[in-house]
Design a protein around this ligand. Structure first.
Ligand code: ACO
Length: 448
């Protein structure tokens, strides 16, 4: 099979959301801290009737319907998530309800978990399967689903929630350039979830930023080496039309692209323009460690790369800024934003993706984009996803309601024997929702 990659996509995020500006006022922090300091506009969250399972049921059903895929045509289903509801039973097995109905129980794959990287692991598993000798000719299906919630404090505004489904197969409009991949895997305690009684992570925010940038440097170095070996010339930012990053919050994306730009400058000053050479010149003598700590360098990188950022990164930032960190779905929501904003001019373009999961697992990889054949054409994917429609139909909750919801969810996490509120009026038709968790912790969902 040739040009294996993403044939179709769909995204779901809860309509319920809170404005970052309102949250700033409520939290009593300085104005602009979340909107400019973190670069975030709005944050989606799950109420008591939604969770990672309901969101993934919703998005998978929607994708199959919109692209008229018979559930029997799916041969592999992989889920990436870091929102653990059950330590043994995979989210994938909940999704099997959709496929059992049509008599298809012959579907490989389970869940992949490592912070925000699980979706990428799931995607690679599906792509590798289609490219392998065990492929049976059917489609792969990847689901990224997460609800990101933090304890009270500076990390709380970096939450979010969403699920994304991606159909995988050959002759894809979004095709992998599988040979160009650079990974970085190591051991760190930057963000982790050791407290199994709580949904909240333990996070060292400052360390997580440094780990993110270190992983990016290392992945970029490996990616560039592989590219040069295969293509016989060096890679630089000018070789890709767009750069899509995992987006915990937009400021980190700005810093990350600045960091890539600095890498290019160090590798060969002629990769950047003359103004940038002057701006970045004073920082060439910094050691690696110093360079991660230097706020002056961070600002210089952002300033020097701003004009390229506006062209190659900004079109990917819409949904992450509006919905927040969606953990495993975050990188792919950034890709969805790019498709939404640029679909009519993407054919023939290269897109570089950076996936990061704390702990640490990270990979830089690339796609080659084509228009594709109906129904798997970029224009049809964009119509089906209806990003503007979904963003326009949101329901803003005041911060007090958001916090009340989080308090309720703290009690509900890991609990049994409860029914949820009957008020589902704010869910759009076709949305799955949680109705009950019984005395045996069994979860029941209904479709609106
Ligand atoms: N107006 C404009 N900017 C402001 C304002 C203001 N009024 N107040 C503060 N800022 C800026 C700061 O200068 C800083 O910007 P800089 O980074 O460019 O210097 C930024 O806002 C953040 O403020 P800080 O005080 O540095 O950090 P804070 O204590 O708010 O914590 C953090 C931010 C660390 C990101 C926290 O939200 C967090 O821990 N989030 C979760 C961890 C995370 O997402 N890590 C990313 C990788 S791991 C993962 O994906 C989960």
């Amino acid at each position: 099979p040739k040009n294996v990659g993403i044939l179709a996509m769909d995204i779901y995020f809860p309509r319920t959301c809170v404005q970052q500006e309102a949250l700033e006022a409520h939290d009593g922090v300085s104005k602009g801290k979340y909107t400019i300091g973190l670069g975030q506009d709005c944050m989606a969250f799950c109420t008591e009737v939604e969770d990672v399972i309901s969101m993934s049921l919703t998005v998978v059903t929607s994708l199959l319907e919109k692209f008229k895929i018979d559930p029997k045509q799916i041969g592999r289903l992989e889920v990436g998530s870091e929102t653990v509801i059950d330590k043994s039973k995979s989210i994938k097995t909940f999704l099997m309800q959709i496929f059992e109905e049509s008599g298809n129980t012959d579907i490989e794959g389970v869940d992949s978990t490592n912070a925000c990287y699980g979706g990428t692991a799931a995607l690679f598993n599906c792509v590798n399967w289609v490219e392998s000798s065990s492929w049976d000719g059917r489609y792969g299906l990847v689901v990224c689903t997460d609800s990101a919630v933090y304890a009270e404090g500076p990390a709380r505004p970096t939450g979010g929630a969403a699920a994304i489904a991606m159909l995988i197969g050959p002759d894809a409009p979004i095709a992998f350039e599988s040979k160009f991949r650079g990974s970085y895997m190591s051991h760190a305690y930057d963000f982790y979830k050791p407290n199994l009684a709580s949904e909240y992570p333990v996070v060292d925010g400052k360390l997580s930023q440094t780990c993110f940038l270190m992983a990016l440097d290392s992945c970029y170095k490996n990616f560039c080496e592989k590219f040069e070996k295969l293509e016989g010339r060096p890679f630089s930012i000018s070789d890709s039309d767009y750069f899509v990053f995992h987006s915990p919050y937009n400021k980190l994306v700005q810093k990350s692209f600045g960091r890539l730009y600095f890498n290019d400058f160090l590798r060969n000053p002629s990769f950047v323009n003359e103004v940038a050479r002057k701006t970045l010149g004073p920082f060439t003598s910094l050691s690696d460690d110093e360079s991660y700590q230097s706020r002056d360098l961070e600002k210089a990188n952002q300033q020097a790369s701003k004009y390229v950022y506006d062209e190659k990164v900004q079109p990917t930032t819409l949904i992450p800024k509006q919905v927040g960190n969606m953990y495993t779905a975050s990188l792919y929501a950034a890709l969805v934003s790019l498709l939404h904003n640029k679909h009519s001019s993407l054919a023939g373009k290269r897109v570089v993706m950076f996936s990061y999961g704390s702990g640490i697992t990270a990979t830089l990889f690339s796609f080659h984009i084509q228009e594709g054949q109906h129904p798997f054409s970029l224009s049809n994917i964009v119509t089906a996803m209806n990003v503007s429609g979904k963003l326009n139909q949101r329901l803003e909750f005041p911060p007090e309601k958001f916090i009340e919801t989080l308090k309720l969810m703290e009690h509900r996490y890991g609990a049994k024997d409860f029914v949820t509120s009957k008020d589902c009026s704010y869910l759009p038709p076709g949305t799955f929702y949680l109705t009950e968790v019984d005395s045996m912790y069994r979860r029941f969902y209904a479709k609106k």
